[in-house]
Design a protein around this ligand. Structure first.
Ligand SMILES: C[S@@+](CC[C@H](N)C(=O)[O-])C[C@H]1O[C@@H](n2cnc3c(N)ncnc32)[C@H](O)[C@@H]1O
Length: 215
């Protein structure tokens, strides 16, 4: 029979990238951690942590096995970007080991900061992610056609230009597009475009795109 976890696995939201957006409670969990697991980008925020660290390389199956085994004897803290409840692998971990064996600690999502930067509310927005999901392009376009405010997470290949070309293809030219790049980081940049002009510019890989139907 499988041994029960001794320690709860703590999954913390590290915010959009800058340490200034990490909450005090999340920081406390990280300070008390015996093992830290996360992407290279997030682990690099804590270069002085003198504890075991494991880099996440999209090998989620191996990751879960490792988390379960490590948490039998150690306090394992898993770092996720933004908020764990918003398009993160926290779901995989919670589904696999059960919420009774986890503590999920909220963080500030990249979309929260994006909406704050453009001075709009997000309670009336729709959200979609194209990050690692090329099959979702048609649903994203449909969502933008049917809603006044849509925020989309993208990656380097499933990007805003791909969406803009599809929008032009269905005759939708009148959307304001906010490109919110590298939020909270030194090279943060917030720019506004229309559907045609976005095709002419270079956009960083790390971005939140907000589509607005307004004058
Ligand atoms: C796997 S999702 C994780 C989202 C995260 N859980 C959140 O709440 O922000 C990764 C995507 O979030 C967005 N993202 C994360 N950090 C960002 C940042 N600092 N600036 C802009 N976009 C960011 C990008 O669209 C990126 O492809």
């Amino acid at each position: 029979m499988a041994k029960k976890n001794v320690n709860k696995v703590t999954i913390v939201g590290c915010g959009p990238g800058s340490k200034k957006y990490i909450t005090g409670y999340v920081m406390q969990q990280i300070i008390n951690a015996e093992v830290l697991i996360g992407s290279r980008r997030l682990l690099s925020l804590f270069p002085d942590a003198d504890i075991d660290t494991y880099v996440l390389n999209n090998n989620y199956k191996l990751l879960i096995t490792r988390i379960v085994s490590l948490s039998k004897t150690k306090k394992v803290v898993v770092l996720v970007s933004g908020d764990p409840g918003f398009f993160s692998y926290a779901k995989l971990i919670v589904d696999k080991i059960g919420i009774e064996n986890c503590e999920v600690v909220p963080g500030i999502s990249s979309v929260q900061l994006a909406f704050a930067k453009i001075g709009r509310t997000w309670n009336d927005a729709c959200f979609m992610s194209l990050h690692g999901r090329s099959g979702k392009l048609a649903s994203v376009v449909k969502k933008i056609m049917e809603n006044e405010k849509v925020a989309v997470l993208t990656d380097n290949s499933n990007n805003v230009k791909l969406i803009a070309r599809k929008l032009l293809g269905v005759g939708l030219k009148d959307r304001k597009i906010y490109v919110c790049e590298n939020l909270s980081l030194e090279n943060e940049r917030i720019r506004e475009f229309d559907v045609s002009s976005i095709l002419k510019v270079r956009v960083s890989d790390l971005n939140v795109i907000i589509f607005l139907d307004e004058d």
